[in-house]
Design a protein around this ligand. Structure first.
Ligand code: MN
Length: 563
């Protein structure tokens, strides 16, 4: 890890030069929270250091507000620091100071974010570092702004961090937002939970020696063994599901055990179960079946002394780092393996599941033209709690909670969705509105030529499936769109037997196929009108073809239209 305080003092280093540049540019500016502006730039850079990012990103983090908030330009940045840093700073600047003023603008911001992510994920990491400090200093802003920024943070940035595997940051952002998004509930929570937390912590302390002993007896030396209180924000979410009944929440505090390798994770699980019986249905193997965001760990809840539930989370150091830093942890690993340059670094990232998700997100945003539709779908499809189900081939597919076999079918392929006539889950036939559970093996039964039913709109939960169903009901399925890549040529020519032969020869020499020929009935004075449909809608190909066709002496006029 880079020592930031040391690095900024070394005026010959990249980070030191970036610090000097930013400090001079922001000279005289102060933050509403007090103190010179550069403290904000430093705080953002500190997060990037903690997430294990490279010097280039840290330098860009220091510079992230110089274009937006000072007289410096992107050209100045490029002259001083080169193209790569200019790209990063420009990326962050383009994302803009995201303002929740209306859905249209917000949707637009998210689109930009997705595009930036797909280009270089580091742009988003800088943005998240920026948001983290802005949230930490939110108290200094006027109340109206506080609320807007907090809502945006909990609706967009925290879920985004979660999806990038940065659970710790995601939870932190949620915790920072909660007092502003739900002030009453937050105060209620703090009041009611404090005592209970203290009770639970006392209990954990009495348990701890027994845990240490059973691990020791099993020959396991944990790297870390500690327990920690559940975050207020995740407690709040859980309470909402339990009618705010705090008596029903057992896992206020959980043990976390970090060991050297995967074998030891399972050994720890076995050792703990030897000590106390597991509560039914509470063993979760996220090592064999990682969460969609990549989270890996073993979870178990056991029934401890006096009948109290105790939750354990068991993982390796690597899994722990990933859970804390997500995509940034991968970045760090790639860096350690030693890489030769920028391009290679991007490429080494490309096969990570996180990037696959970003790519998917980018493809989806093209599907939604309406800002509101896009936002709603984004919130439901991507940011809601996820489940993961398995295809008959063993591939894992992640879906929104509450998703049905029809949502699953559309997720795999539009045709599969349209022709879906039934489903088997874990080998048993289920109704189409069946709510899928994580780890279900889902098989879709199809019936050729079947059309979706309007009633499917009542139980599907993903915006994507709903959109495709509506399209199919309107008779605008993707299939029709594909076959509409055609052009109709309207050719007026002198009555000549040879002309059709010449035309078809030109078309086939252009490597195009004739789909249909209409000749005969239509006339234009003494001229014949031929209508020929060809299998392209590529304007380039068509204009080249037109030039060639106009070389045929008998042809007087050619018009065309795309079908
Ligand atoms: Mn900033």
């Amino acid at each position: 890890m880079i020592d930031l305080q040391k690095a900024i003092k070394d005026k010959s280093s990249l980070v030191g030069r970036a610090y000097e540049f930013a400090r001079t540019a922001h000279a005289g500016q102060t933050r509403l929270s007090g103190g010179p502006y550069i403290n904000h730039s430093l705080a953002a850079a500190e997060s990037l250091v903690r997430w294990g990012l490279d010097e280039t990103t840290i330098a860009a983090g220091l510079l992230h507000d110089t274009v937006e908030d000072t007289t410096r330009t992107t050209e100045d940045i490029e002259r001083e620091f080169g193209k790569e840093i200019r790209f990063l700073v420009e990326g962050v600047t383009k994302l803009g100071k995201v303002k929740y003023r209306g859905e249209e603008e917000q949707a637009d911001n998210i689109r930009r974010m997705i595009l930036a992510m797909a280009e270089d994920i580091r742009v988003i990491l800088i943005k998240l570092a920026d948001r983290r400090h802005n949230m930490a200093t939110l108290g200094a802003l006027p109340p109206q702004k506080q609320k807007r920024i907090a809502v945006e943070t909990s609706e967009i940035y925290a879920p985004l961090a979660y999806r990038l595997g940065m659970q710790s940051l995601s939870g932190e952002l949620e915790d920072l937002a909660l007092p502003y998004t739900h002030p009453k509930e937050y105060h209620w929570l703090v009041e009611h939970v404090r005592e209970r937390y203290e009770e639970r912590e006392k209990y954990m302390k009495t348990i701890r020696p027994a845990v240490e002993k059973v691990l020791h007896d099993s020959g396991i030396k944990p790297i870390a063994l500690d327990f920690r209180a559940k975050r207020y924000s995740s407690l709040f979410k859980k309470l909402q599901r339990y009618d705010m009944d705090i008596e029903k929440i057992y896992d206020l505090v959980a043990f976390r055990i970090i060991v050297s390798n995967v074998e030891e994770c399972y050994a720890v699980l076995g050792a703990i179960h030897k000590l106390w019986p597991p509560a039914p249905g509470k063993i979760k193997d996220y090592i064999a079946m990682p969460k969609p965001n990549g989270y890996r760990s073993l979870h178990t809840t056991v029934i401890g002394p006096d009948g109290h539930f105790i939750e354990f989370q068991i993982r390796t150091k690597e899994m722990h780092d990933e859970a804390e830093n997500g995509i940034a942890a991968h970045w760090a690993y790639e860096e350690k393996k030693g890489d030769k340059g920028y391009i290679q670094r991007i490429a080494s990232f490309a096969d990570k599941r996180e990037l696959a998700w970003v790519e998917q997100l980018r493809a989806w945003q093209n599907e939604f033209a309406e800002p509101k539709e896009f936002l709603d779908s984004l919130k439901i499809d991507f940011f809601k709690d996820r489940i993961f189900v398995i295809t008959p081939k063993g591939e894992i597919v992640d879906l929104s909670q509450g998703a049905t076999p029809v949502d699953f079918a559309y997720r795999i392929h539009t045709t599969l969705g349209n022709q879906c006539s039934g489903a088997r889950v874990n080998g048993k036939i289920v109704p189409l509105d069946y709510k899928l559970q994580s780890q279900d093996v889902v098989e879709i039964l199809v019936q050729k030529g079947k059309k979706p039913s309007a009633s499917w709109l009542n139980f599907t939960v993903t915006g994507y499936a709903k959109k495709k169903i509506k399209a199919a009901l309107r008779g605008e399925s993707g299939l029709l769109k594909k076959s509409s890549l055609k052009t109709e040529l309207r050719i007026t020519s002198e009555d000549s037997i040879g002309v059709l032969k010449d035309i078809t020869a030109v078309i086939s020499r252009s490597h195009l196929n004739i789909l249909q020929i209409h000749s005969g009935s239509e006339r234009n004075g003494r001229f014949h009108v031929l209508k020929i449909t060809i299998d392209t809608a590529d304007r380039d190909k068509i204009s080249k073809l037109l030039v060639k066709l106009k070389g045929i002496r008998e042809i007087k006029e050619i018009e065309y239209r795309l079908l």
